[in-house]
Design a protein around this ligand. Sequence first.
Ligand code: BG6
Length: 477
Amino acid sequence: MHDTLLLFGATGDLAQRYLFPSLLRLQGDGLLPEDFRVRALALSPHDTDKFRAILRERFAHLSHYTPTDEQIEQFLARVDYRSVDMRTPESVAEAVRDLVDRPCVSYLSIPPGLYISTCEGLALGGAFKAPNRLMLEKPIGHDLGSAREINATIGGLIDEDRIFRIDHYLGKAAVQNLLALRFGNTLLEAVWNRNYIDSVNILVSETEGVDGRNAYYARSGALRDMVQSHILQLLCLVAMEPPASLGADRIRDEKVKVLRAMRPFSATEAERHSVRGRYIAGLIDGAPVQAYAPPDDSDVETFVGVTAHIDNWRWAGVPFHLVTGKRMAERSTVVTVTLKPVTHWLFERPDGAHAAPNRLTFRLQPQEDIELGLMSSLAGPEWGTLELQPLELELSSETGRNRRIAYERLFLDALHGSHALFVRNDEVEAAWAWIDSVVAGWKSGDVPLEYYPAGTWGPREAAGYLPAQFDAVGRPA
Ligand code: BG6
């Protein structure tokens, strides 16, 4: 197992909030190699003592885990810090050279504009010689052209099978459950196609705002930040053909096929099948929050709703409604697969309503669970009538308390060299190709930015994109 981590972007938000706490917890659970060590690298002119003090303070306020002082000190003893200028390959090479004879993994949690110079420095310093590895955070580039350039340049410095591109959604346990449920059950596979499935909704709503990430977000927006990565990955797992095995490349081959079958957007498609929004001032949990005001009057969106189509035999004609937004009414990540109604309805419902369609709901956040919505007479009808009522079947009742957070799982997999939960170069590029078509559709079509108050379900125009159990301006129905 690789035992040395070179962590670039060590003072950044992601490293401080998720990466170091994940490593600390893995250590606490005895899952890191005995000689594990981390070299933390960033631009700030700290020294190791100062950086350890920053981490110590951070570890004192973790929300999901309470380490002992001994665990914290043991972990800090494994960490040292080097200041580095990532724009200069020589500076990067110099900062890692003394460690590269150990089996090491370089982790880039830095803006993608610095990927190439940092990787050139790592190659120069010897950090890419086999069996050393590289982990890359999203986004890989800003569009297809820049992603290709990054992939091609880095691919010339280190083999693809030693690169681990992260999409942290793939580390979430519910995502793995989706695969287990799809491919471990005849029942689902039999109906998993256009003949039985009416629509698929993927919703990722956040209550957080853009806060503190203005420079990145103003160039990115919700489409590039969330849809290109997390939402398209979820879509792939719902839509892909069964892989021949669980081998990383077999799974990734199937995901690429889905992305390549996505129908590109045209201007007309963009006008008819997408909504862009931006939050204005409103209330989150009763507290006032400000409007998003990007620098330079950029027209970047904080909300996007698009209806995607996958042009293949399995999915022809099935709409995939993809929705994400910041500062929405609640934090919720839900994949809803709605089946077609039964062809001939025989029963009555007490309220006189028709059948609710069968629905499979995978909830990733705030808690992880899976529900199957069926119609049933279990509610106890009067004698002589057969009245059906909707019944929600809980398919998993885990509290999630003992679950690993996504980054813990992904660190373990990368340290062990398992690629299945990481994204391949062609997947990234195929995802960008579709995103670029949406951006081009927005540019040439008439898709104005719609405004929504913080704390709501997005602009009014977005109603049709939300899963049926949500309503566009209020709260879940
Ligand atoms: C990141 C995005 O990749 O995912 C953020 O850049 C977003 O904008 C975050 O807030 C959401 O992750 P999670 O796990 O909190 O849903």
